[in-house]
Design a protein around this ligand. Sequence first.
Ligand code: G6P
Length: 623
Amino acid sequence: MCGIVGYVGKNQAAPILLEGLEKLEYRGYDSAGIAVRNGEDDTVIVKAMGRLKKLANKTDQGKAVKGTCGIGHTRWATHGEPSELNAHPHCSDDMNVVGVHNGIIENFQELRQKLAHHDYHFYSDTDTEVAIKLIDYYYKKYAGTPVDAINHALVRIRGSYALAVMFKEYPGEIYVARKDNPMILGKSDAGVFLGSDVPAILKYTRRVYYIGNMELGRLTSEGITFYNLDGDEIKKEETEIEWDAESADKCGYAHFMMKEIHEQPKAITETMKQYFDGSKVDFSTLEKNGAIEEAGGEKINAVLKGLERIYIVACGSAYHAGVVGKNVIEGMTDVPVEVDLASEFRYCDPKLMKNSIVVVISQSGETADSLAAMRLAHDRGIPTLAIVNVFGSTIAREADYVMYTCAGPEIAVATTKAYSAQLITLYLLAIKIGELTGTLDDDRIKELMTALEQIPNSIEKILDDKERIQWFAAKYASAQDVFFIGRGIDYAIGLEGSLKMKEISYIHSEAYAAGELKHGTISLIEKDTLVIGIMTQPDLFEKTRSNMVEVKSRGAYLFGLTTYGNYSVEDTVDFAVYVPRTLECFAASLAIIPLQLLGYYLAVAKGEDVDKPRNLAKSVTVE
Ligand code: G6P
């Protein structure tokens, strides 16, 4: 989704803006633009369709645009087609107000009509132009400060926004506001920075501020002043970001995705470290309402102990992690678990049981549907636990309890390390519930924790043998349709494996519960159709293997994914891939690795843009 950046300080703004936008490329975009002010002089706006390189070329890598105060934007079209005209920044006709926006203004038609009655004309189809002109309208109508004008506009705007705006009469100042869209502000000796996400500013500073919903900020080279909707000044705490700048770089890998695949052992170790005291799962560092609970996890433990049902809600890969989580939690405890897509959950009027918890899983912590689902749970008085990767994100801040996945910044659109860290978090949650509700005894917990500690090492071993998957991918890069089959946890692995493949290689793929094959899918099997069977669960191994035999007899080419020891699979499949043995409940953490590699190598073999697949966004902040 759209990305915004801003800078005001001692240095030239344009190169900093371009660099920040480059770091936000992973969010997905179709056009980009910057606006830079040079003291009292007029603002210069430059926009370009397509990749950022074009904008950089148009501005001679930023050197052609002078000024120390500016804003920038990458646009992922929502209102109005991708075009230079619709690209941001947008401005009022007299350039009094210039701004960029991430989000959706739902009542923009109504506001546009209102402004048209006051002689405003529109050059683009965007809701953003309407917002900028509305601010201009109130600025002139009440002749107040920029903060007053923005506040008046925000009262009229329905929807979501992260806005950054400059006013002609206030050179060297940027005004920002946000509601339900991410924004982070940073400060260093060189000036003040803003971005949609941490990577945009990480190179310059790790001293950041989080601006709350419906709050405003005034950025000058000296610092940031925050205001509420009444225009009163409010205080904000500075926070230190722990991620280092290298974590947002490729560090020699061809793509971020490959780098992040290799970072999985570390992501898992770091995540586990946070909630494991050496013998048991320890929730004393788990956050309650934004702070580490003083009572050392007593509150969350009390909630978990009395649980009668768990609802897991998420989107995309986080949802797939949730499907694994359901299997694992139900395998270790007596608590029934329901997994829902957040986009469905929020509109299905879910019947939530009293002694329940809603677990929201989100890498970004900003996904609009997941956030809405969590708010629905709050409205119904159900406690919420967020499993989130991005520190200080909206979901993390609004959840009752937060477990952070310590995967560090994930840049590739196709998630890998954050998904793996989500799995680990769900395992730890399952073990804790099992301990608290008495379904797991100390010996079993010890056995589970020992197995968990071995996972990073086992992943390293799978990665050591990645060339075999690369070879297979080169051979199958022309595949048209691929089917993944499995049962239970293996089905959940298939869902994620299939998504990895289709989202970056553009090969059509579907995951099916193996038992469903005969109810339709089998009619799609033709000679040499690639079918990937996942068989890590001992009780279900024979069942899935016979489904493999069924598709083979109809011409399918079989890729079998199983654990070392199940060598009988070689009689059935054409190509066998083995992962190290682990407890069956944790098999997803190992079996997903070859499938991530397969998706990656297929995309590379086809020459696709691995880290930035077409039409996709890393963080989906609109419905
Ligand atoms: C997008 C991303 C996926 C991600 C999903 C949910 O579609 O491309 O990788 O799984 O959003 O995002 P979240 O940030 O909530 O995990």
